[in-house]
Design a protein around this ligand. Structure first.
Ligand code: SF4
Ligand code: FES
Length: 252
């Protein structure tokens, strides 16, 4: 291979229209500061217009370009080739069905966002008056590290528990739910938590931190899930004590 060239081994097929998964090799002369996404565009334009992949913003804002680079989930548009060596393997994100080549179907991921009710449901007070959470408040401090998620699916792909239990809500949906459970403007907070506290929700997480290590936004979904677990335990303890004080057997 000539200097300045990289050999790309790219997973092709795997979708309904082309079910036979295989690897195809492309060699490309690369420029300094080129990214994985630049290489995919160059290969598609110059060598193989049939290559399937997805992107939109090219600047780390939309999250649509996520794929596996040398076995690790990453954003194609923010991964420079320089540090990757002369051979680069590109594959679709794991834990997602493949649509075509490197493009995956995000439906299971967003279905789980829906299961976690990942949208704010404000209180009556919040809808009549502009609600404020002061920037220096403890509430804001809890929520702040978890709000920059762009739903790229990298954490979901990195999570071994999603691979083990496809019904597991996964790190991104639980991270989002944590921001809402902590938010005093959200009316269904306790009910939202009850909905998450089952064997396919927070208790499935084994705190392996794979999601946290992989998230390109520096978010720790593991910490969010731990926060949800603490709240679930505290709520359970409160209801236990309450039932004793009321002179009833817990759960009766
Ligand atoms: S938590 Fe991070 S890795 Fe997971 S979807 Fe959001 S931005 Fe992507
Ligand atoms: S293309 Fe938008 S994050 Fe990469």
């Amino acid at each position: 291979m000539a200097a300045g060239e990289i050999r790309f081994r790219v997973r092709r097929g795997g979708g309904a229209d082309d079910p036979e998964a295989r690897y195809q090799t492309y060699t490309l002369r690369v420029r300094p500061r080129m990214t994985v996404l630049d290489a995919l565009v160059a290969i598609q334009n110059g060598q193989d217009p049939s290559l399937g992949y997805r992107y939109s913003c090219r600047v780390g804002m939309c999250g649509t370009c996520a794929l596996q680079v040398n076995g690790r989930p990453r954003w194609a548009c923010r991964t420079r080739l320089q540090a990757l060596g002369e051979r680069v393997t590109l594959e679709p994100l794991t834990n997602f069905p493949v649509l075509r080549d490197l493009a995956v179907d995000m439906t299971p991921f967003f279905d789980k966002m829906k299961r976690a009710r990942a949208w704010a449901e404000p209180t009556g007070a919040a809808s009549s008056e502009p609600a404020r959470i002061p920037p220096e408040s403890r509430e804001r401090g809890r929520i702040e590290p978890h709000i920059e998620c762009i739903t790229c699916g990298i954490c979901y792909s990195a999570c071994s528990m999603v691979g083990h239990d496809p019904a597991f809500l996964g790190p991104a949906a639980l991270n989002r739910a944590y921001t809402l459970v902590c938010d005093s403007r959200d009316e269904i907070g306790p009910n939202r938590l009850a909905n998450l506290a089952d064997e396919h929700g927070i208790w499935r997480c084994h705190s392996q931190f794979n999601c946290t290590e992989a998230c390109p936004k520096g978010i720790s979904p593991t910490a969010a899930i731990q926060g949800l677990k603490r709240r679930a335990v505290a709520d359970g303890a409160k209801s236990f004590v309450g039932s004793i004080l009321r002179g009833r057997a817990p759960g009766a």
